[in-house]
Design a protein around this ligand. Structure first.
Ligand code: ADP
Ligand code: MG
Length: 385
């Protein structure tokens, strides 16, 4: 957890002047993996782990940024007629400033100091926490009333077009719209959403495998291509299919023979996962946490066997959780090939669960996992020091 007073003090020392403080959360996706770019449904929750921004306006048109994570600073001219990405962390920040400008929300020059306790590259979306905290800060400094939906879209566009990562809208959307003690059911096509309360009797526990295999990026793009191929083949016989979101299991089974075996398995994950997300949201709303947990388990098996985005370390974490007392469900969360698992655990069993995971995982892999017991927190906001 960042110390806001220390961040303000650091800002005074490094830039001079009095900053305003903002924070945007990381997120964990409870269920709905690789459904976002298929126009489907996801059910993330915002975390208390967050990226903090201390920022103050400048009199010129420069954006001067520094991250405690990397210790180097960078400075950009907001009026650069041909801004080119540097292929490092600064692209996320600069990309947001540029996209807000493109969307009719020009921001002014600013000094920005960034600090975060969202683990980077672990599937908890440190990138969206960074984009959204900076975007909110720049809009607020410019005296703009922040439209959270537009902010989320501008941040996604920054990651797609300036960073060059074809991410969906989920991460930025939950960083903008999360609420404490709630998950958020999002329709990634319409951007309609509904907050779903999380039963106080259960805890969301994240276990970080501490591995991230290098093929994550290339495999992500391959999965997207398989989904597109599935849509093209199914769309030829099922009118109105624009995305896998428009296909149900009955339709997929009826036309399974049209698809190559690999494409069929990829599509089966997405189609079944979309159904699971909607069932899971209904179960959570009704307090049926055991049903919710079973859907998480089915989601993991589908990612492991049909979508093939799990890995040995993640499967070990999930199987350790499945064997633990008081665990309602467990699955990989995030893009895949490492990163984190998410488990739903009875509140009274959390401590023993954490200990069993650490012991079992160290024994099996020699690595020590991080275990976070989470209380879902609020979306991006102005913070006080
Ligand atoms: P994830 O979003 O799952 O954490 P990504 O690969 O999408 O992983 O984003 C991680 C990248 O976001 C980092 O490599 C870095 O460029 C940038 N980033 C995240 N947090 C910070 C931070 N506090 N300071 C600077 N850059 C950050
Ligand atoms: Mg990310």
């Amino acid at each position: 957890m960042q110390d806001p007073a220390a961040l303000v003090e650091a800002f005074r020392k490094e830039f001079g002047g009095e900053p305003r403080l903002y924070r945007a959360p990381g997120r964990v996706n409870l269920i709905g993996e690789h459904t976002d770019y298929n126009d489907g449904f996801v059910l993330p929750a915002a975390l208390e782990m967050a990226t903090w921004v201390a920022a103050a306006p400048r009199n010129d048109r420069r954006l001067c940024i520094r991250s405690r994570l990397y210790g180097q600073d960078a400075s950009f001219d907001l009026d650069d007629p041909a801004p080119t990405p540097r292929h490092d962390w600064t692209d996320y920040v600069r990309g947001v400033a540029l996209m807000l400008g493109c969307e009719g929300r020009p921001v002014g020059g600013a000094n920005v100091l960034i600090a975060s306790d969202v683990p980077v590259g672990s599937g908890l979306s440190s990138s969206a926490a960074l984009e959204v905290s900076v975007g909110y800060a720049l809009l607020d400094l410019a005296g703009d009333i922040v439209d959270r939906r537009r902010l989320a879209l501008a941040c996604q566009r920054a990651e797609n077009e300036f960073v060059g990562m074809r991410c969906g809208i989920m991460d930025q959307f939950i960083a903008c719209h999360g609420e404490a003690a709630h998950a958020l059911l999002l329709d990634c096509r319409s951007l309609e959403y509904r907050l779903v309360p999380i039963d106080a009797k259960v805890r969301v526990v994240i276990c970080n495998s501490m591995v991230r295999h290098a093929l994550a990026g290339s495999e992500y793009n391959l999965r997207r291509q398989e989904c597109e191929r599935g849509v093209a083949l199914l769309g030829a016989v099922l009118p109105g299919v624009r995305a896998l979101r428009d296909v149900d299991m009955a339709g997929l089974e009826r036309h399974a023979g049209l698809l190559p075996e690999l494409t069929l398995r990829r599509c089966r994950h997405v189609v079944s996962e979309n159904a699971r997300v909607q069932q899971a949201a209904a179960a959570l709303q009704a307090g049926r946490v055991d049903a919710f947990g079973r859907l998480m388990n089915a989601s993991h098996r589908s990612m492991r066997d049909d979508y093939e985005i799990s890995c040995g370390e993640i499967d070990i974490l999930v199987e350790l959780a499945w064997r633990s007392e008081g665990v309602l469900g467990s699955r990989m969360t995030g893009g895949g090939f490492g990163g984190c698992t998410v488990s739903l655990v009875e509140a009274g069993a959390v401590e023993a669960f954490g200990a069993a995971i650490v012991t079992g995982y160290v024994k099996a892999t020699g690595r020590t996992p991080e275990v976070f017991v989470c209380s879902p927190g609020p979306g991006v906001c102005h913070a006080v020091s």
